[in-house]
Write a protein that binds this ligand. Structure first.
Ligand SMILES: [Zn+2]
Length: 192
């Protein structure tokens, strides 16, 4: 009975999971091993951001201190919400209903898996990602960076954009671009 329930749960998760992925193909460095929704889901999220209470797991190899990572995640989430929504950063503490009726839970429900560099990913159209939003499990995976000319954790706001309504095929990215872009890095360095 327990196994049967587990199977149903797993199948449900797989059906619910939809994936966005942001690619970076021009680096000569080999990507880290594959990260799937299942792998992200199996991490231990034992850190919590001070402002929004996002649950964070930081993989070995990330340069920045844990506290530094948590602060960046909070700060940029605040920036994104202030920029994207009239109601502003307060929305991060609330359940948000998007125009299409989708309910987005508070940021304290979001898990963030922070990894050092880009990684293999199993999504249509690409095999290497530096950021992914797994909507079925509400997890963002984000790479610290190491991209020439770019700030750290550059895909973070982009993946938040996906959580707050940016389509997986980026068809409505123009509605988000001014709030997910980062002026310190050329857009061509980030998105394929
Ligand atoms: Zn994307």
């Amino acid at each position: 009975m327990a196994m049967k329930y587990l199977s149903v749960l797993l199948v449900s998760i797989f059906i619910l999971v939809s994936i966005s992925c942001d690619t970076l193909d021009d680096s000569g460095i080999d990507p880290d091993p594959l990260i799937t929704a299942e792998i992200a889901d199996s991490q231990t999220y034992n850190l919590v951001t001070p402002v929004y209470g996002m649950q964070v797991s930081i993989k070995n190899g990330v340069d920045r201190s844990d506290q530094g990572v948590l602060d960046i995640l909070d700060r940029r989430a605040t920036q994104f919400l202030d920029c994207q929504f009239a109601e502003g950063s307060q929305l991060g503490f609330e359940q948000v209903m998007l125009d299409d009726g989708t309910i987005v839970p508070p940021l304290s429900d979001l898990r963030v898996f922070v990894v050092p560099i880009r990684y293999k990913c199993d999504v249509p159209g690409t095999s290497v990602c530096n950021g992914t939003y797994f909507s079925g499990v509400d997890i963002v995976t984000v790479a610290e960076g190491g991209f020439a000319g770019c700030d750290v954790f550059l895909p973070w706001k982009h993946e938040l954009g996906h959580r707050y309504g940016m389509e997986l095929d980026h068809s409505n990215q123009s509605d988000f671009q001014s709030c997910i872009g980062d002026s310190s890095c050329d857009i061509g360095d980030i998105f394929d």
